[in-house]
Design a protein around this ligand. Structure first.
Ligand code: FES
Ligand SMILES: [Fe+2]
Length: 361
């Protein structure tokens, strides 16, 4: 579905996405394919990204791979066949494929059949693994794309929690929720996080990043119980294309990285993934309550995003108003400029300028 964005009427810095191309999630981007649980050597599973069914797996030698999950013979999913850590066997007629996609054997052929299995391939996709997250690239120019984010802790992680929720809403709507200060006090209006009644005026400084923007380091909100428990630490938040929010909270010499990634499953569904990593020893015994809170947070977003999506189905327009929606304008502008750069084969330049924004949350 195409969503029109009605430009704000109270600012000169309008962004009016006009072309339809950048309303789609970019294909030239790394997307989070798996964050929960470890893929053991010899394991594989099926994932869908941008409507493409893929099989991701781990070789016996420990590297990960991603292939189109479709046997070229009759279309059967290779993820449903056997995998011995070296090759996948199609469950339909037993064709074997290496993890580079090359067909290795067609067991129904007699030994002097002239057919050459080497002529058959399944498409493979670039894949990366970092911080326990598997990233897949479906486009053709990974060297030009925003890189896989590095969550980087100074010392070994003491706590890692990954949760995700499948939201029946478009990619853009879900990505906007990552950079939407206005919804926090309403959607995440929980006694344990930030009650709406405590809303106050905030001033935040932003600087551009190569593929996004940064809310510069500042002392965390005083009206958030979650931050107060940590003694009001310093926090810095990056937003990066295609749809990544990475918050770094500094507590003394330790760090909590709280990252949220949007993965477009298909035109109507988006996977929101939250990964929290920390080297703070106090968090080690708190993984269970952190998982509970992170899941509750994502479900709060899921509920409102699915309701809003229904409204957008009835009338596909949204308003971007005032400074609280400036980050949403920046998102559409970055996405448009990135789509143009990829289409024209030119280098992407972020044209955002540093800016101070004020809002109430
Ligand atoms: S469908 Fe895969 S071997 Fe026939
Ligand atoms: Fe949210």
């Amino acid at each position: 579905m195409t969503v029109s964005v009605i430009p704000p009427i109270d600012t000169a810095a309008q962004v009016v996405p006009a072309a339809s191309e950048f309303r789609e999630p970019p294909r030239e981007a790394w997307y989070c394919a798996k964050s929960k649980g470890r893929l053991a050597p010899g394991a594989r599973e099926s994932v869908t990204i941008l409507g493409e069914q893929l099989v991701i797996g781990r070789k016996r030698s420990s590297e990960v791979f991603a292939l189109r999950d479709r046997c070229p013979h009759r279309g059967a999913p290779l993820s449903q066949g056997e995998f011995d850590g070296v090759a996948l066997t199609c469950p339909f007629h037993g064709w074997r494929f290496g993890v580079d996609g090359q067909c290795l054997a067609m067991p129904t052929l007699v030994h002097d059949d002239a057919t050459d299995p080497a002529q058959v391939r399944v498409q493979g996709f670039p894949v990366r693994e970092a911080d326990g997250i598997i990233w897949v690239y479906l486009g053709s120019q990974p060297a030009e794309a925003p890189p896989v984010p590095e969550l980087m802790l100074q010392s070994a992680p003491r706590c890692r929690v990954a949760v995700s929720v499948l939201v029946e809403a478009s990619y853009d709507l879900c990505v906007l929720s990552l950079i939407d200060p206005g919804h926090v006090g309403y959607v995440h209006n929980s006694w344990w996080w930030r009650p709406t009644a405590t809303a106050r005026e905030k001033t935040k400084d932003f600087v551009p990043l190569p593929f996004g923007f940064r809310m510069t380091a500042h002392t965390a909100a005083a009206n958030s119980r979650g931050y107060r428990l940590l003694g009001r630490p310093q926090t810095q938040v990056d937003f990066l294309l295609p749809g990544q929010r990475i918050e770094r909270i500094t507590v003394g010499k330790r760090t909590i990285v709280n990252a949220t990634f949007a993965t477009p499953i298909d035109a109507k569904r988006t996977l929101l993934t939250n990964v929290l990593l920390s080297d703070l020893p106090q968090l080690a015994p708190l993984a269970l309550p952190i998982r509970w809170a992170a899941s509750a947070f994502l479900r709060q977003d899921q509920d409102i995003l699915e309701l809003a999506q229904q409204g957008l189905e009835r009338k596909p327009t949204m308003l971007l108003m005032g400074q609280a929606d400036r980050l949403a304008q920046w998102y559409f502008r970055l996405k448009r400029d990135y789509a143009t750069a990829r289409r024209t084969g030119t280098a992407f330049h972020n044209t955002l300028a540093p800016e101070r924004l004020r809002w109430r949350t």
